[in-house]
Design a protein around this ligand. Structure first.
Ligand SMILES: Nc1ncnc2c1ncn2[C@@H]1O[C@H](COP(=O)(O)OP(=O)(O)OP(=O)(O)O)[C@@H](O)[C@H]1O
Ligand SMILES: [Mg+2]
Length: 764
């Protein structure tokens, strides 16, 4: 005799109504179990004092009539106990009680001792676990349940791995996960994507077909012609062999064709998507305001435009097809086993959860390694590039050994990171092979036994035997595909963030008519500060008179270049206004404004190309004559013509093949070709000798006759002939203004600068 003491059962057995001699109960454990319901009724009826007892497996209800002498509590104890007895195979955790005790005394004993189920909670848990184990064991006797358990376990592991992978990616600085990431990446190419998916699936089906055919073939060889093919009119073993070989050939040829087309299609889709995203993102970056671009690190932007964008395509050319192929293999595998050998299906898939878990475990182990490897690689490349560019500096400071050692250290770190990845990868791939082999052995053994027992045909056995390995060996790719997808979503997050950069207005504002332009610029109480800095300009007002030359001088860092940038609206003023012919430049069309101003920047950039390309940059329709004329005005013609390839000579990266003064003169020629009504030269001749500068000035006087010219310079000889000169102080304000003569007469900042530069001997 045993006593049932379980919370769980107690909860599932509930009294519905109690009247003297008759009780109704709700008994969860009999619901849906006809046999248990019958056993419960029989057990209760066998007890003294019980007149009738009937349990229904449909409603889960129990009706019991009893001798009124039997107390209702005793009946309750009886019912609970009975449930424990009959449901023992389902919920077996019971404790021994004194054997042979009558039911009445048993019930009394319960209540007499006040043994409420709660007081034996520990035992209840034991009972619950044991019961659950029994249920599971019972259920697992069905092969389909086993298969479902294996599939469910794999699913849970993949899901959890995916969640962890996502959390990891979020930790790398990506913003919140992008919803509908794949859809966003695909954009208008969704249809092409689904076609590629279908093609991948078809290819994989063709790839797997011969496996089943080969099974047949082996059976024909060992046991003679099969009846199935005989039905097609192929009676002899030889003709069946020919047919099956032909079928295999056709399937593989079909596979080769489809696979070729599929690979091309995925790659094309990936390249197209990559190309379109790069175009879209680059356009935003290029049109981004200078302020927002300066805030971003160039290396970060470049990394985003190359690595992150490439990742958007790579997920399609790599992981998408893989996932489709593995999915199709899984469906074929499960389907074939369910159809031909359902009792073996679960064995075939048994290692799947372990492989999936190992796969994610591996990804988690190598992810930091990859991150570290990537970081060390970036450091190494950046250092290498730097050193190569700075070779003159390195040599002049005798720092060769220092640099060799520095590169050695970085290279060593890179080697170590790669080694760690290699160890993990090798360990993991061998583990996967062992897992996969265990499935093969399981199918060999259990399948072989079935063949011996006559419950499985040899053809089927042969056909099915290698299928699991095909799936299991590729299962690890799921882990990397998931990781790849998450990495893609993180990259997409960064890309989308970049797309939100403020861009400059385009096509809006009032157009500027150059023909009627008076070419006068006025700064009206302008204050401007770079983000997080003290103001570079404080309440600056100046007038750059139309068709006249204005000079701008001042201490280094006074804000002269900043003034030039504000004229071009490369930055927006924070207070005050910049006016062109009396109109606030914010109301004018930005493209027109910049077309009106020729600008030679202090650090003008030369592109890696020919001299002519560089001069023509921005005025792409200029002819060779225009280029040559500009070069003459900028005093560049002589040195260009002395070069071996003249105007076709290459200037090197950033113009390294030219001297500083030559670079400046090419930049000046570039601004001259632009032929703009306003010309702003920021230290445009600071690197050329005085004589050459004087020639340039003579040429420019003619060129600037009808233009507004703004000369920014430290060398006062550059601006002494200007119609008006502004002197800026270190605090970003105007300290003096006037003509050269007037400023000298004031004996202020300008006059002392002049004395410093020309020496006391020359006063004017
Ligand atoms: N992009 C920037 N971000 C932050 N601060 C800047 C930036 N450009 C310039 N500044 C700061 O603004 C101030 C004015 O710089 P600006 O380049 O206008 O000086 P400048 O008069 O042209 O000097 P120089 O004669 O050396 O060319 C300086 O203090 C400088 O450090
Ligand atoms: Mg400057």
């Amino acid at each position: 005799m045993t006593i049932l003491v379980d919370d769980a059962v107690d909860r599932r057995v509930r009294s519905v109504s109690v009247i003297p001699g008759r009780q109704r109960w709700e008994v969860g454990p009999v619901l849906g179990r006809k046999r248990t319901a019958e056993q419960l009724g029989a057990w209760l009826r066998s007890q003294p004092g019980v007149l009738s007892a009937r349990a229904s497996s449909i409603s889960g209800r129990l009706l019991i009539t009893h001798d009124p002498a039997l107390g209702s509590r005793e009946v309750a104890g009886l019912v609970r106990h009975a449930v424990g007895e009959v449901a023992e195979d389902v919920q077996p955790a019971v404790v021994p009680a004194s054997r042979g005790a009558g039911v009445g005394s048993l019930a009394r004993k319960w209540w007499w001792r006040g043994l409420a189920p709660k007081q034996v909670g520990g035992l209840s848990i034991t009972y619950g676990i044991g019961a659950a184990a029994l249920v599971v064991r019972g259920l697992l006797q069905f092969p389909t349940v086993r298969l479902a358990a294996v599939v469910a376990a794999t699913g849970v592991i993949v899901y959890r791995g995916w969640r962890r992978s996502r959390a990891r990616q979020l930790g790398t600085g990506a913003r919140s996960p992008v919803k509908g990431g794949l859809r966003t990446i695909l954009g208008r190419h969704r249809r092409a994507f689904w076609i590629a998916v279908a093609m991948s699936a078809l290819g994989q089906l063709l790839y797997l077909t011969p496996l089943l055919v080969i099974g047949w073939m082996l059976a024909v060889l060992t046991r003679g012609p099969t009846s199935l093919l005989a039905g097609l009119g192929l009676a002899g073993a030889s003709s069946q062999l020919w047919f099956l070989s032909g079928l295999t050939l056709v399937a593989y040829l079909g596979y080769a064709l489809v696979s070729y087309a599929t690979t091309i299609r995925w790659r094309d889709l990936a390249n197209t998507i990559e190309h379109e995203w790069r175009g879209k993102v680059y356009a935003v970056v290029q049109r981004g305001s200078l302020g927002s671009l300066e805030r971003e690190r160039t290396t970060r932007l470049a990394d985003l435009l190359t690595t992150d964008i490439a990742q958007l395509g790579r997920v399609l050319s790599g992981s998408a097809g893989t996932i489709v192929e593995i999915g199709v293999t899984a469906v074929v595998l499960i389907g074939s086993f369910l159809f031909w050998a359902p009792h073996l299906a679960w064995i075939a898939l048994l290692p799947a959860p372990a492989i999936a878990a190992a796969s994610f475990y591996y990804q988690e182990r190598v992810a930091p390694g990859h991150a570290e490897g990537g970081e060390t690689r970036r450091q190494l490349t950046s250092q290498l590039t730097n050193n190569l560019e700075a070779s003159a500096t390195v040599k002049s400071f005798g720092a060769e050994d220092f640099e060799i050692e520095r590169i050695e250290r970085l290279s060593q770190a890179y080697r170590a990171a790669n080694h760690r990845i290699d160890v993990e990868t090798t360990r993991y791939s061998h583990a996967v092979q062992v897992f996969s082999m265990s499935a093969l052995i399981g199918v060999l053994l259990f399948g072989g036994s079935s063949v011996l027992a006559g419950t499985l045909s040899l053809e089927t056995y042969n056909g099915l035997i290698s299928l699991p390995t095909f799936l299991l060996l590729r299962l690890p790719e799921v882990g990397s595909a998931v990781e790849d997808y998450e990495r893609t979503l993180a990259a997409l997050g960064r890309v989308l963030e970049l797309l939100e950069l403020p861009v400059e207005p385009s096509g809006t504002g009032r157009p500027i008519d150059v023909a009627t332009l008076q070419r006068e610029i006025v700064l009206d109480g302008v204050t401007f500060a770079y983000p997080g800095r003290a103001p570079a300009l404080r309440n600056v007002s100046m007038r750059l008179r139309g068709r006249k030359t204005t000079g701008l001088v001042g201490a280094t860092g006074a804000g002269k270049t900043t003034v030039a940038k504000l004229l071009l609206r490369l930055h927006e003023v924070q207070s005050g206004r910049v006016l062109l012919d009396g109109a606030d430049i914010r109301e004018l069309r930005l493209e027109d404004l910049r077309r009106c101003i020729g600008f030679v920047a202090q650090d003008a950039f030369l592109f890696d190309g020919s001299v002519e390309d560089n001069i023509r940059y921005g005025t792409f329709d200029a002819g060779r004559d225009d280029v040559m004329r500009a070069a003459r005005l900028a005093e560049a013609a002589a040195f260009i013509e002395a070069m071996p390839d003249q105007y076709d000579s290459m200037v090197g990266e950033r113009g390294v093949a030219l001297s500083g003064g030559q670079r400046q003169r090419l930049s000046l020629a570039r601004a001259i070709v632009k032929d703009a009504p306003i010309l702003v030269l920021d230290e445009a001749t600071s690197a050329v000798d005085n004589e050459t500068e004087a020639s340039i000035q003579r040429a420019l006087t003619e060129f600037a006759r009808d233009r507004t010219l703004v000369l920014i310079a430290h060398r006062l000889s550059t601006i002494r002939h200007a119609d008006w000169i502004y002197v800026m102080g270190a605090g970003g304000e105007i300290v003096e203004e006037g003509t050269h003569v007037e400023l000298l007469a004031r004996a202020g900042v300008y006059a002392s600068l002049w004395r410093l530069q020309v020496g006391d001997g020359e006063r004017d």
